[in-house]
Unconditional design. Sequence first.
Length: 330
Amino acid sequence: MPLLIRFSTADLTRLTFATRPDPLWELLLSLHTLQTRATDPRLDRWRASVTIDSGTRSLLRLAPPRGYSPDFLTPEEASTGFEAGLAGVLRTPARRIAAELALLANRPAPPRWGARLARGDRRELNDLGRGLSEYHRRALLPHWARIEKAVDDELTARTRVLAAQGVDALLNSLHPQVTWRDQVLHVAGDHVAGELELDGRGLRLVPAYFCRQAPTLLADPGLPPVLVYPAEARPPGPAGDSATPGDPAALADLLGATRATALRSIADGCTTTELGHRVGITVSSASYHAAILRSSGLVASKRVGTTVVHRLTELGAGLLGRRQERPKPA
């Protein structure tokens, strides 16, 4: 039986993409890859390059290749980079760590320090942080350019689907095991079941290089919803169905004429007042349209003094056929 992810209209306006690889999801999924037979020769080469030392073996015990892995290993903060994600792991309350480690009880016993970690031993949590950092440095960073390119190619492909065919086609193009109908996202597989009500929280879509089997998500329905799926850059559809990113007619069909104009007006960065002038609307209307574009992951806004400055995200830039330079991950 598939997992059913139920959307409201508000959830659709809060559908966003991760605009770069999520380092802790990539880390967790790479630990799964180390324990499974890879069908992709590129992953065989990567696996051969990783030394399985005692620290890695401890992490493997927390991340079995099938079934549950603790949600606290992939915090929302990792969307902005590894260091922020690691800080999120280290801030996890002891009660939550204990509850999630208890879900591993029917698996091979976690490392001995796992029991102390479950009791709230901060020294053990700091040791876990050092283990994650060392593994990230050795196993992921040397290959990060390849990981980044795979995710970037996937985002480009999905952006083209979104621009050409709209959000329904986008959600149906994510993966063969994901289908969209009647405002419900169906995720097939023997690793998922039940229903997830988004309740206005939206859904963050995370393409991942090391996700090579089926889409996955957090086990706790109370956490910010994410769907992690393989970054495979599937084509946008049959010949003739695609459109050039930035095509004015496609953007207007997708976003509405005013919002499409607003997105183009933000291309070089502007304040809310400047956006209103450029589009020919009131400042309050400009603020409203910027908020919708921001909630859709197309625009990022930052307060500078008494003004708010809007800029395109990588997804927004891709929709306009532009390319954003982004800093390399730490």
